[in-house]
Every structure is written in structure tokens, then in C-alpha cells.
Write a protein that binds this ligand. Structure first.
Ligand SMILES: N[C@@H](CCC[C@H](N)C(=O)O)C(=O)O
Length: 255
């Protein structure tokens, strides 16, 4: 039996496993099964909390397709809340993930997560590309409510160009005003629109500030709720913080 916990961060949902003693079957088949919304628990991804020397914990992230992925921002926030609920730390945590060390703070249900520095924004034919721990394309749109995100996002993600680069997450952004944007994301590895994507809204906020002159502290409306992103701009984009809720949903055991 595998003991699991389900968490969500603005509707981006994750199966969480405490794997500090090892033993979890992290095969593609098993992770895909656990994330399956009909045959399994159902989630956009699965996260393992493991031990790591010099850190409070190590986070390993797998997409719903069962493959170990790049960084997940909402998953990172949920991992921090899970580790806090397990009693691994009190208010401040330092953990290691696939993209390097992260610092985070928890204040009840809110988690503020430090993201990796972003070196550069690349102009692409249909948007802006940046890596916030995961690869993201940011496309500005006038009307997000009436956009077919799944069809449009999949067409871009599966284009020869992006498949050749290992795939991409596609974020559609509508500017509301100087401090507010709306974001909808097609996620690689889930291969669908998710309710929210942490590394995606981080990319959207940086691109909105840099390319459209918006604030360096933005409120972001996603399908699953509100997130905040702030950062500093120097030679690169640094001190990037992703803030928002990370919520325990239920726990159980699965064969
Ligand atoms: N939902 C995540 C993003 C996870 C990574 C992505 N699916 C990929 O493999 O590129 C987030 O909150 O950042």
C-alpha cells in the first residue's frame, strides 16, 4: 500500500508522497496510473519528498504523463506546505529541486516560493520564450475568456519547432491594467489546459513587465485562483517570488 496526500495550489493539483524512507515505485506506469483521473487518484502531477544533505528536503516532480519533469512552481509551493504539515520545518524552508535550491516561507495556507533567476527573454515568432525552471512561451491576447486554449496550445506545443526543442508550455496572457493580468496555460506533460501553472505565471509576469511596461509586482488571475509574482531587474531577473495558496485536500492509501 502507498500512503498519499492530495494538495492543490490554485487548482493545479498534486499527489504528494513522503518518500524519505524510499521504496516508492517511480516508474512511468505507476506515476501515470496514480495521476489518472479515471483509474487513479487524479492529479496534474506527482511529487516525492525525499531527504537531501544540507536541505530540509528534496522535491522530485513528475508530470501526469508519468515522466519526471522540470520545475513546477505550484507543485513547489504544495511540496513546501506538505513538508511543513509533516513537521519537517516550521516557517522557512530550503529545499533542492531539479533546477537548483529554493527558499520558501509558509504563513498558514499561503506559501511564498523563491524561483530561479531568469537570464534572458527570447523573442519568438508568436510570443516570448523564457525558462523559469520550466520552458514557457508567453503569448499576449485580447480576450482570454473566449480562447480555445487546449487546441491553440497543443498546436504550438506539437509544432515541429517546439517538439524539436523538447516541448514547451504555452501561456496566454491578457493585460488588465498596470498591476493585473489574466493567464491561461496549456501544460506540457499534462497535455491539456490546467487551472494554473506557477512557472507559467512567473514567465507571464516577467514578460508582461519587460515587454509591455507593467509593474514588477503583479497579481495574476488564473482559472483556479489568484497568484502573485514579484521580482527585481538587473543584469538578469532575480529575487523572483511566487506567492499563493497551497491547500491540503485529502489523504488515503492506494494499492
Ligand atoms: N504546473 C507546473 C509546471 C510543471 C512543468 C511543466 N508541466 C513541464 O513539464 O514543463 C507549475 O506550476 O509550474
Amino acid at each position: 500500500m502507498t500512503k498519499f496526500f492530495k494538495y492543490q495550489g490554485t487548482g493545479n493539483d498534486f499527489v504528494m508522497i513522503d518518500n524519505r524512507e524510499g521504496g516508492f515505485d517511480d516508474s512511468i506506469k505507476n506515476v501515470e496510473f496514480l495521476c489518472h483521473r479515471r483509474f487513479g487518484i487524479g492529479a496534474d502531477g506527482l511529487i516525492l519528498i525525499e531527504n537531501a544533505d544540507g536541505f530540509d528536503f528534496k522535491m522530485r516532480y513528475f508530470n501526469a504523463d508519468g515522466k519526471e519533469g522540470s520545475m513546477c512552481g505550484n507543485g513547489g509551493r504544495c511540496a513546501v506546505k506538505f513538508a511543513s504539515d509533516l513537521g519537517i520545518f516550521e516557517k522557512q524552508a530550503t529545499f533542492i529541486a531539479v533546477d537548483g535550491p529554493h527558499h520558501a516561507t509558509v504563513d498558514q495556507g499561503e506559501v511564498s516560493l523563491g524561483m530561479i533567476d531568469v537570464e534572458e527573454i527570447f523573442d519568438e515568432t508568436n510570443g516570448y520564450f523564457l525558462n523559469t525552471g520550466s520552458p514557457h512561451l508567453v503569448i499576449f491576447e485580447e480576450d482570454l475568456d473566449n480562447l480555445d486554449v487546449k487546441t491553440k496550445g497543443a498546436a504550438i506545443r506539437y509544432s515541429d519547432y517546439w517538439v524539436g526543442k523538447g516541448g514547451v508550455n504555452v501561456n496566454f496572457v491578457q493585460i488588465i491594467d498596470h498591476e493585473n493580468i489574466k493567464v491561461r496555460t496549456y501544460e506540457r506533460g499534462v497535455e491539456d489546459e490546467t487551472y494554473s501553472c506557477g512557472t507559467g505565471v512567473t514567465a507571464a509576469a516577467i514578460a508582461s513587465s519587460e515587454k509591455k511596461g507593467l509593474s514588477q509586482k503583479l497579481n495574476i488571475q488564473t482559472l483556479g485562483g489568484k497568484l502573485g509574482v514579484s521580482f527585481q531587474r538587473g543584469q538578469k531577473f532575480s529575487e523572483i517570488l511566487l506567492n499563493g495558496p497551497a491547500i491540503f485536500v485529502f489523504e488515503g492509501e492506494v494499492l
